[in-house]
Design a binder for this molecule. Structure first.
Ligand code: NAD
Length: 260
């Protein structure tokens, strides 16, 4: 379905972003991976993805908190893959603390990586998509783009902002072949969430299993994690022709979290 399309997936050396990169490559897209990690591990992922699906895969270590590096990543995608047809703004970080104790540096970093980076990458990639008359921008927001939780001021603010950005870009591209939508995952068991489980276990004197069950029980009615593969499959669907008139949507994949 996506043979000949070029996809940039930010934050795709781990977790949800990697699940999305795999799903798009499986549909035939060439992929630019982005994110941090050990060089040998990233090279393993890159080469095995390219081999498994017969697609071009490259990697950019651009730091999503730095606008000039984001421009450099989009320029690299045009060099390595011949353009940018699909942009998935996925890179994200978390920090939890009550508002009155929330460190300003953490606020600035979260807004930069979780929100401003999506704006910068969209701004840089849109001309490529518009010149080809086709494009897909997918923003990985969160259930926290729709509702709030305590101790996540910066994250909730950034993710609500991502949904606002999604709607504006969807409207500005409404008469073109470019669409912009957001996916709002609930809990997905990735390193980002494992850290929160470990903190809860230490704070409350729980085992890992108990902390995991408590985390799900507090928010996610299905009591099951969503998976990177599921978020990848929903992303591939948003790239399909069937999704051409889905514009400006915020699609929850959250086990019922935001239905409550
Ligand atoms: P993760 O920690 O497993 O992966 C984050 C990725 O982003 C990694 O590849 C990392 O290298 C990269 N990254 C971090 N900082 C970066 C930077 N400055 N520049 C470039 N890359 C950077 O996290 P995840 O759980 O897979 O989260 C991915 C996205 O999904 C985030 O936007 C997160 O907010 C969102 N999300 C996650 C969950 C969940 O339950 N895991 C739920 C809702 C939304």
């Amino acid at each position: 379905m996506l043979r000949g399309r070029a996809a940039v997936v930010t934050g795709s050396t781990s977790g949800i972003g990697l699940g999305i990169a795999v799903a798009l490559a499986a549909q035939g897209a060439d992929v630019l991976l982005n994110g941090f990690g050990k060089a040998e591990e990233i090279e393993d992922v890159r080469s095995s993805l390219a081999r498994a699906h017969g697609v071009r895969v490259s990697h950019s270590a651009a730091d999503m908190s730095k606008p000039d590096e984001i421009d450099g990543m989009i320029a690299q995608a045009t060099r390595d893959l011949g353009g940018v047809d699909i942009l998935v703004n996925n890179a994200g970080i978390q920090h939890t603390a009550p508002v009155r104790e929330f460190p300003i540096e953490r606020w600035i970093a979260i807004i930069a990586i979780n929100l401003t980076a999506a704006f910068c990458a969209t701004r840089a990639a849109l001309p490529h998509m518009e010149s080809r008359g086709w494009g897909r921008i997918i923003n990985i927001a969160s259930a926290h783009g729709l509702v709030a939780s305590i101790h996540k001021a910066a994250y909730v603010a950034a993710k609500h902002g991502v949904l606002g950005l999604t709607k504006v870009v969807a409207l500005e591209t409404a008469t073109t072949g470019v669409t912009c939508n957001a996916i709002c995952p609930g809990w997905v068991l990735t390193p980002l969430v494992q850290r929160q489980i470990d903190e809860m276990a230490a704070r409350e004197g729980l085992s890992g299993d108990e902390a995991r069950a408590r985390l799900l029980g507090e928010k996610q009615p299905s009591l099951e994690f969503a998976t990177p593969e599921q978020i990848g499959a929903v992303s591939a669907f948003l790239c399909s022709d069937a999704a051409a008139q889905i514009r400006g949507a915020a699609l929850p994949v959250d086990g019922g979290w935001t239905a409550q």
